[in-house]
Ligand binder design. Structure first.
Ligand code: GTP
Ligand code: MG
Length: 196
């Protein structure tokens, strides 16, 4: 698969207008969004990863053959100001409510930290939207197998609208193939086909 970084989008006018379907990835700062994109692309340094959370403040578009993966700005960074937190909500609400090209959204959750307030708020919001969404547990190399199984069960029970829960590790690539297969399927489906 050929993958390339297209551009960073700072305002709605800069969103691509070629109509290609897209999949958005959201999650807390430092959850591993950029690392996951690199793992999906099988490229080491396509998306910039960092140990300084809260770096990505724009939408980063990556072209995967025939669709875009969109790396959304991370939220929940403790040092971010209240106004920047509102800005985050404003930007993503607008994007999720109006972006016609969007086929599904992946919410990334650190497998070590299940049930954090920000994550739960976002997952509840998605549950109410009726727009297709899925969960990607990240950093499963840091968590015991049995805990991961318990987390998965909890998430599926708590958020009935979730299309799937993936368990991934960007370091060794675990779960990444299954996720990519799901993404390709979502992209091929007409918009709204997988929602209620
Ligand atoms: P922001 O862009 O700041 O929102 O962060 P991000 O969500 O893009 O996270 P990023 O991919 O930059 O990863 C943050 C840190 O987590 C880095 O130090 C990564 O090396 C580490 N990390 C990411 N994925 C994994 C994983 O699967 N396992 C382990 N052990 N560490 C990971
Ligand atoms: Mg990032």
């Amino acid at each position: 698969m050929s993958v390339k970084f297209l551009k960073s989008v700072f305002s709605p006018e800069d969103l691509p207008s070629d109509g290609l379907p897209e999949i958005a990835l959201v999650g807390r700062s430092n959850v591993g969004k950029s690392s996951l994109i690199n793992a999906l692309a099988e490229r080491k340094e396509l998306a910039r990863t960092s140990s300084t959370p809260g770096k990505t403040q724009c939408l980063n578009y990556y072209l995967f053959d025939n669709f875009y993966l969109v790396d959304m700005p991370g939220y929940g960074y403790a040092r971010a100001s209240k106004s920047s937190r509102f800005q985050w909500i404003g930007l993503i609400e607008r994007y999720f409510e109006s972006r016609k090209e969007l086929r599904a959204t992946g919410i990334l959750v650190d497998a070590r930290h299940i049930g954090l307030e920000n994550d739960v708020t976002l997952m509840k919001w998605f549950s109410e939207q009726g727009h297709p969404w899925f969960i990607v547990l990240t950093k499963i190399d840091k968590v015991k197998q049995q805990d991961i199984a318990a987390h998965e069960k909890y998430l599926k029970q708590e958020f009935e609208g979730v299309a799937a829960v993936f368990k991934t590790c960007s370091k060794d690539g675990k779960g990444v193939r299954a996720l990519l297969a799901f993404i390709k399927e979502s992209v091929a489906a007409p918009r709204g086909a997988t929602s209620d």
